[in-house]
Design a protein around this ligand. Structure first.
Ligand SMILES: Cc1cc2nc3c(=O)[nH]c(=O)nc-3n(C[C@H](O)[C@H](O)[C@H](O)COP(=O)(O)O)c2cc1C
Length: 314
């Protein structure tokens, strides 16, 4: 059983446990993210907030690259807000402007979507330019007090990114942690991740490392912690397929047993948490919760199933 001696800190921020809900732009409204906090995630993330749009609008509204506004809330904290952009000055200015709404600011150098790269967001294309990444990290770190983290991938097509150089550069530039998604850019969101890169990054840097990619069960989470030595595990698509996965991992890590409940019962347990946060945040009654929130969740769940199977490429 995993008994890590690693601290639970990212910079000055202490998390309650080692499990983080991944950023998934457009998929996770505030009430849904808060339901995952109730169901055992130590931190949630808001994905791909457009640094350029924040600066140009002159406001601190969190607008993501899909043009949708995101909201964070003190009750959700700790929450990580992720910025995307390739311009050093814009990234630093945007970070300063949104700092009040974030417990951590993450910089996205992992986004595989070509149209984002084409529109000048940088994203994973910057992995080929470690010096530029370092400049962005240093500029953002110098402007905010909250910890700044970086999310990377482990290659474009294969072993074609100097992952350790990128990771060490981010550390030297002041990053408080590195999230390593163990897939290459060309793998998108499915296919087998290479966890060994997470292990290699962990050995190369002294800041905390968050492992990400392919954690679908409590057994996977413990295996990732043990095989890579990473400090935190980030879970994306599996949070929709098994929304009680965070609780189940805690249970497995403490009691050593796996739940024997059916998928339907698991879903109902999660919807109990979700109902509370929807009532609190969205102000819906039971009918609207069932018709809107639950139905939308089930729709996203089948979408995530197809992403995991590789039948949808984003
Ligand atoms: C629909 C969707 C949206 C995503 N949006 C973001 C995002 O905004 N920022 C980001 O860094 N990663 C994003 N990701 C990637 C996830 O954060 C995560 O790295 C990826 O799903 C791998 O984790 P998993 O194997 O546990 O699903 C997204 C993934 C999906 C499927």
């Amino acid at each position: 059983m995993h008994r890590s001696a690693n601290p639970l800190h990212i910079g000055h921020l202490r998390l309650d446990n080692r499990l983080i809900l991944a950023p998934m732009a457009g998929m996770l409204r505030l009430s849904l993210r808060m339901a995952y906090r109730r169901a055992g995630a130590a931190m949630t993330c808001v994905g791909v907030i457009d640094a350029g749009a924040i600066v140009k609008s002159g406001s601190d509204r969190l607008v993501n690259v899909l043009g949708r506004q995101e909201i964070t809330n003190v009750a959700e904290e700790p929450v990580c807000v992720q910025l995307i952009g390739a311009d050093t000055g814009l990234m630093a200015a945007a970070a300063e402007r949104i700092e009040q709404q974030a417990s951590i600011i993450d910089l996205n150098f992992s986004g595989p979507i070509q149209r984002l790269v084409d529109r000048g967001y940088g994203a994973s294309s910057l992995l080929g330019d470690p010096q530029h990444i370092e400049k962005i990290v240093a500029a953002v770190v110098s402007r905010v007090k909250v910890p700044v983290t970086v999310k990377i991938r482990v290659g474009f097509q294969g072993d074609d990114v100097d992952v350790l150089r990128v990771a060490k550069g981010c550390e030297a530039a002041g990053a408080a942690a590195i999230v390593v998604h163990g897939r290459t850019v060309s793998q998108g969101y499915s296919g087998t991740p290479c966890w060994d890169w997470i292990r290699r990054v962990k050995q190369a840097v002294s800041i905390p490392v968050v492992g990400n990619g392919g954690v679908h069960s409590p057994l996977d989470a413990v295996a990732m912690l043990e095989q890579t030595g990473c400090d935190f595990v980030m879970i994306g698509t599996a949070a929709f397929l098994n929304p009680m996965i965070f609780n189940q991992i805690h249970h497995y890590m403490t009691a050593g047993t796996l739940p024997s409940t059916s998928a339907t019962l698991t879903l109902l347990k999660f919807f109990r948490h979700y109902w509370r946060t929807v009532r609190q945040i969205d102000g819906y009654g039971p009918r609207k919760f069932l018709k809107r929130s639950c139905r939308h969740f089930l729709h996203l769940r089948s979408y995530m199933q197809r992403i995991q199977e590789g039948t949808i490429a984003l």
